[in-house]
Design a binder for this molecule. Structure first.
Ligand code: GLU
Length: 488
């Protein structure tokens, strides 16, 4: 089967998770069949389209690994083609100029509302005589161009996800506007449903894969294919992504654009993996981790659900952590440097590199998202870090300051580059102070890291020691541990 599919984002906002998931399904389908994946930017809404959104969309698709084979094509570059096709429909008598004014349309809507009827255009200018047209033009009216929709048509297609779908022509709102108002000797700007069909025909699209919110558009578009004498592609309407509570995912749910997920520290392979599971299940439904290339081998629409797919943060976080946990330290370090810098730490990617890679090795196994490292690593970077209350309470316990003083005294002459050396030092302190190992470890944890919980203590100490931060912390901790003399 020859396959040509497209993703057709409108650059009126950043790349949305819903569009990205539709792109994933298009890409998987194209790759499965050895076909072409085309990028078309639907920028006909001139007021709302912005180049920075186009950039966000193309960068987001690339970041996710959804490289396109052709494009990007911009609809704003293709107006002549659309207008020629509008002219074809006018010539065939399948479209006509309609002079109804906005005020008349408002009156029509109001009277339909009063009669509790669904709003629709009543096709009143479908059969104007040349004289009637001339009279409207003489009044200074500018027409739109409408495509005739037969109310008695039953429109049926076999959707690859939803099975047989059927619509009545009478439910499409009357003859549809395909070009905006313009002087009667011109063709105004062609509109969305029309240009999509012209493009899909011109680009030889074999399968239109898009969100379920386009089902009503498909009914209209099928009539346009017929009117243009074009071959009709297969259609596949993918389920919507729902919020965790089952409502339509909206801006109110917080993060919805791919660049936000990127900032939060999801890695592209995890996010793409998660998105492919939003509505699709592999044959082995227990298999949850795969790359896009792996998913493409078995992707088909038979295993795409009709029901909406609820967004599951826990699952996404789990997948992300799986990829982070097994990432090589060098790669993880590259990804973490911007997050450390964003947290305000002075990080020199070159001279600090070995130290940073050791940090990445230490914390990698407990990371769920990259943006957690700001807080998680504060104790390693920030000399001003405050001690937690429970750490202070511990430091003030009997015997703790003595342990820390012994460590501080031993430090200047201690070799402290390996875990074994650190363990040997701890053993010496146990001997010299007679304190229990548990107390020593907890005291070191509180004194060196400013908290009672955190990543591996000995590894952390070695990292702090490289920067001399252990000496600074021990001094502070000893001072905090001195008995507090009250003021009254
Ligand atoms: N531009 C439309 C959108 O962003 C997609 C249209 C289509 O896929 O046919 O929703």
């Amino acid at each position: 089967m020859s396959v040509r599919v497209r993703i057709a984002p409108s650059p009126t906002g950043n790349l949305h998770i819903g569009t990205a998931r539709t792109a994933v399904f298009n890409w998987l389908f194209a790759r499965h069949h050895g076909g072409q994946f085309i990028l078309r930017v639907e920028d006909t809404d001139l007021e709302r389209s912005r180049p920075e959104f186009t950039q966000n969309i193309t960068e987001g698709l690339q970041w996710l690994g959804l490289q396109w084979d052709e494009g990007p094509f911009f609809q704003s570059d293709r107006m002549d083609l659309y207008k020629q096709n509008v002219q074809t429909l006018l010539d065939k008598g399948l479209a006509y100029r309609c002079y109804v004014t906005e005020a008349e349309l408002n009156d029509l809507r109001a009277s339909q509302e009063a009669q509790k009827l669904a709003p629709r255009y009543d096709n009143r200018h479908r059969d104007l005589t040349p004289e009637q047209e001339a009279a409207f033009q003489a009044e200074g009216r500018e027409p739109v161009i409408r495509f005739k929709i037969d109310d008695h048509r039953n429109i049926v297609w076999k959707d690859m996800v939803r099975g047989t779908v059927s619509w009545n022509g009478s439910d499409l709102g009357g003859d549809m506007v395909i070009a905006r108002r313009a002087p009667a000797d011109q063709i105004g700007q062609p509109l969305y449903n029309f240009v999509v069909v012209v493009d899909d025909v011109d680009m030889g699209i074999t399968h239109v894969i898009r969100g379920e919110d386009h089902v009503a558009n498909t009914a209209k578009q099928l009539l346009l294919y017929e009117a243009l004498g074009a071959k009709v592609p297969e259609f596949s309407h993918t389920p919507l992504i729902l919020s965790p509570t089952g409502k339509k995912l909206s801006k109110r749910d917080g993060v919805t654009s791919i660049s936000d997920f990127q900032k939060m520290g999801y890695v592209p392979v995890a996010l793409a993996n998660y998105m492919s599971l939003l509505g699709w299940t592999p044959t082995d439904s227990t298999q949850e981790r795969f790359t896009l290339e792996e998913a493409a081998k078995e992707f088909d629409f038979e295993r795409v659900n009709k029901a909406g797919a609820k967004f599951d943060w826990d699952k996404l976080n789990w997948l992300n952590s799986q990829y982070l946990h097994e990432m090589a330290a060098a790669e993880l370090t590259d990804l973490l440097i911007p997050y450390w810098q964003a947290a305000g730490y002075e990080v020199d990617g070159e001279s600090d590199r070995p130290w940073l890679e050791q940090i990445a090795t230490l914390i990698g196994p407990s990371l769920e998202r990259l943006d957690q490292v700001g807080e998680m690593c504060r104790y390693l970077f920030d000399p001003e870090l405050d001690y937690t209350e429970d750490a202070i309470a511990h430091l003030q316990k009997d015997g703790v300051a003595d342990v820390l003083k012994a460590v501080a005294a031993a430090l200047p002459n201690a070799a402290l580059t390996t875990v074994d050396e650190a363990k040997a030092l701890i053993k010496d302190i146990t001997k010299s102070t007679g304190a229990k190992k548990g107390l020593i470890m907890k005291s070191l944890r509180a004194g060196l890291t400013c908290a009672l919980k955190g990543p591996d203590l000995v590894e952390s100490w070695l990292l702090l020691h490289q920067k001399g931060l252990d000496t600074v912390r021990l001094e502070k901790a000893i001072a905090l541990g001195q008995p507090q003399h009250g003021g009254d």
